[in-house]
Ligand binder design. Structure first.
Ligand SMILES: O=C(O)c1ccccc1N[C@@H]1O[C@H](COP(=O)(O)O)[C@@H](O)[C@H]1O
Length: 214
């Protein structure tokens, strides 16, 4: 049975990291964007990441960071995957020489196939709604904007929660899903029950896909 990977983003507290791991998250995200209510310092992220067991990946989210900010984050978390969520060019994303995800801000008229070609060195393209503040807005975009022939692993995000993630997986068949607002009690504060329900809904969608394939 194929498994949709799960990233829980915007963690700021030990208990939330533990809840994500216990629910079966594959990756957890730390937001290094000062304007975000979920912002953590690299030192705080490193402290939180020490709780992760093997095979759960820390992801560092950056928005138009300076080279110094990027270097500080990368030094604090040497094994992290980088998520570029701003206006970074392909060269900006490739310069640090680290595996990276590139966020695409989906809206009508956006040429995703061209974007995927430009960022061909990304490990995956993360699809998010086009929102003010770059992301974390809890807004779902129109999934019919995603062309069928995207030749890159896709991470579906933007306004996902336990009530809509299964439909997103069945329609888009992404490599992974990413959630922040949909598992929160308040911005930056996760809710363990919502995380658990989200992960369970992903597993149920995977089981439905397996049924469809037999
Ligand atoms: O979480 C934030 O505050 C944030 C700020 C700037 C850019 C991206 C951000 N979060 C990412 O946005 C998407 C969608 O989040 P949501 O589930 O709709 O709240 C997700 O990839 C977060 O990692």
């Amino acid at each position: 049975m194929s498994r949709t990977r799960i990233k829980i983003c915007g963690l700021t507290r030990e208990a939330d990291v533990d809840a994500a791991v216990a629910a079966g998250a594959d990756a957890i995200g730390f937001v290094f964007y000062a304007k975000s209510p979920r912002h953590v310092t690299p030192q705080r992220a490193a402290e939180l990441a020490r709780r992760l067991p093997p095979f759960v990946t820390p992801v560092g989210l950056f928005v138009n960071a300076s080279e110094a900010q990027l270097a500080e984050g990368l030094a604090a978390l040497p094994n992290m995957l980088v998520q570029f969520h701003g206006d970074e060019s392909p060269a900006d994303c490739e310069r640090p020489g680290r595996p990276f995800l590139r966020a695409a801000r989906m809206e009508p008229g956006f040429d995703l196939l061209d974007f995927v070609q430009q960022y061909s060195n990304a490990q995956a393209i993360l699809l998010d709604a086009h929102v003010d503040g770059y992301g974390g807005g809890g807004k779902v975009f129109d999934w019919s904007l995603i062309p069928r022939n995207v030749h890159s692993p896709v991470v579906l995000s933007g306004g996902l929660h336990a009530g809509n993630v299964a439909e997103g997986i069945l329609r888009v068949r992404p490599w992974a899903v990413d959630v922040s607002s949909g598992v929160e009690e308040a911005k930056g504060l996760k809710d363990a029950a919502l995380i658990r329900q989200f992960c369970d809904a992903v597993r149920e969608a995977d089981a439905r896909i397996a049924d469809l394939q037999t």
